[in-house]
Design a protein around this ligand. Structure first.
Ligand code: ATP
Length: 434
């Protein structure tokens, strides 16, 4: 048994199922339990990884703790026991992974783990790659069942060991165990007040345009509500306004939520792959159409003439009204993830508007009445005066939209999507939606 004081980073992932639990809850519980025999250093990390991964339960989250202790083996034993007893191991999609990085290893493993974390946010990684990295770096780890959770656990360790990534904060309040799975009791007006008192230092607590609460989940997990914001003080202040059922424990996390860390800039559609997320500039090349289910879709063309569908899905609510106003020829930059050959738009920058025209049959130069069409491609004729014309009357009409940077409303925000209020010095006006 070692009695030397040492620091340790612990990464955990994939402990939950749709029916219950939440890896962040396990992290909060461990932080509180470990504090009786270790010192917890800094806020725990909550990172969101590639949002398109099909194995995710909900938001593809993974967590890490940073502690100082004098008995490593005791910590490893406690964490491993807790994960085995609390993870939903009976669920076929729950494959926990736990990674322990010892202080002596920090210098030698930080760069590789940090790169792995950044790849896990953007890319698709295999379980074998994760196992190979853990072995190559000589890390202590536990892989339960197929061990997929190692991907997230290694990533969270990488995030903890790398101080250089854009971050925000989330205050999570957890429910008492005996009410898990029942309807949550949170006073809605107190959430609107929390938002009013702390916006724009906190965000996405409520959605004012759609008159909805955003920060209270609906699934059976232990989270009561989560307040997101720019620093620990702001999210804590917002939470002080919330009136709710009893809270079992709270935890403030440092997180990559709201940072756009998942997005890769590309100029060509041929570089786009499924299950990745992009920033792509192009020209609108079809009228937007709204299909069954209320999803609005248009086609975007890149410099080489390749096209891809871009969608504002039904949950993006009022954002679809903006998308419906686009016309062919508009120049835009879209931000979003690609699945089934379609970009799921999270934000859009409209940089240039094409001219829109009202096209009508031309007036007869003799009698002034509108001529009749002579059939497709055959021009126009006035039957009474026998005049004809090949050219329709084209009048430019004012567009009901202005160039600018637009985002989906808070009720449709994806965890990693950077809120427009976090952007600075944009070349077009920013229309922060909320
Ligand atoms: P919750 O939001 O409730 O915490 P979750 O949505 O985080 O749940 P998990 O149960 O953690 O979902 O499942 C996601 C799984 O996908 C994990 O095993 C994780 O290691 C793995 N994973 C995460 N990122 C990637 C990636 N980039 N490539 C491949 N697998 C990944």
């Amino acid at each position: 048994m070692s009695s030397e004081i040492t620091k340790m980073v612990i990464g955990i992932d994939d402990t939950d199922s749709r029916e219950g639990m939440c890896t962040t809850y396990l992290c909060a519980l461990l932080r509180d339990e470990l504090s009786s025999f270790a010192q917890v250093i800094s806020e725990p990390i909550l990172v969101r990884l590639n949002p398109t991964i099909p194995f995710k339960t909900r938001g593809n989250a993974s967590v890490a703790l940073f502690i100082e202790c004098d008995d490593k083996e005791k910590i490893i034993g406690h964490v491993t026991d807790k994960v085995s007893s609390m993870a939903c191991l009976d669920n076929e999609n729950t494959n926990p992974g736990v990674v322990f990085v010892d202080e002596e290893q920090f210098d030698s493993v930080s760069d590789k783990l940090s790169s792995f974390f950044k790849r896990a946010v953007k890319d698709v990684i295999t379980i074998d790659e994760a196992k190979e990295l853990a072995s190559e770096l000589n890390l202590e780890f536990q892989a339960f069942k197929n061990g997929r959770g190692l991907i997230g656990a290694l990533s969270a360790c990488g995030a903890m060991l790398d101080p250089d990534w854009d971050h925000t904060y989330e205050f999570l309040a957890y429910r008492e165990k005996d009410v898990w799975g029942t309807r949550r009791s949170v006073d809605e007006s107190s959430l609107f007040e929390a938002d009013k008192q702390t916006y724009p230092d906190t965000w996405d607590t409520v959605d004012l345009v759609n008159d909805m609460v955003v920060c209270v989940p609906h699934s059976g997990d232990p989270v009561l509500y989560g307040i997101r914001g720019k620093d620990a003080g702001s999210v804590k202040k917002a939470a002080s306004f919330v009136v709710s059922e009893p809270v079992e424990r709270v935890c403030i996390y440092r997180t990559n939520q709201g940072t756009d860390m998942h997005l890769v800039s590309v100029s060509s559609i041929s570089d786009i792959e499924e299950m990745h997320s992009y920033i792509l500039e192009g020209e609108v090349c079809s009228e937007p159409v709204t299909i069954r289910g209320g999803h609005t879709i248009f086609m975007l063309k890149d410099v080489s003439g390749d096209v891809i569908d871009c969608a504002a899905f039904e949950p993006t609510k009022n954002f679809r009204e903006l998308i419906r106003k686009l016309i062919p020829g508009d120049r835009v930059v879209v931000y979003g993830s690609v699945t089934e050959n379609t970009i799921n738009i999270e934000k859009i920058k409209i940089t240039e508007l094409s001219k829109a025209y009202d096209i009508r049959n031309p007036p007869c130069p003799s009698c002034g009445k509108r001529m009749k069409s002579s059939g497709s491609g055959q021009g126009y004729r006035c039957k009474k005066c026998s005049t004809s014309s090949d050219i329709p009357e084209k009048t430019e009409v004012k567009r009901d939209i202005v160039p600018g940077f637009y985002e989906v409303p808070p009720c449709a925000r994806r965890h990693l999507a950077k809120q427009l209020l976090r952007f600075k010095n944009e070349e077009v006006p920013v229309f922060s939606g909320r």
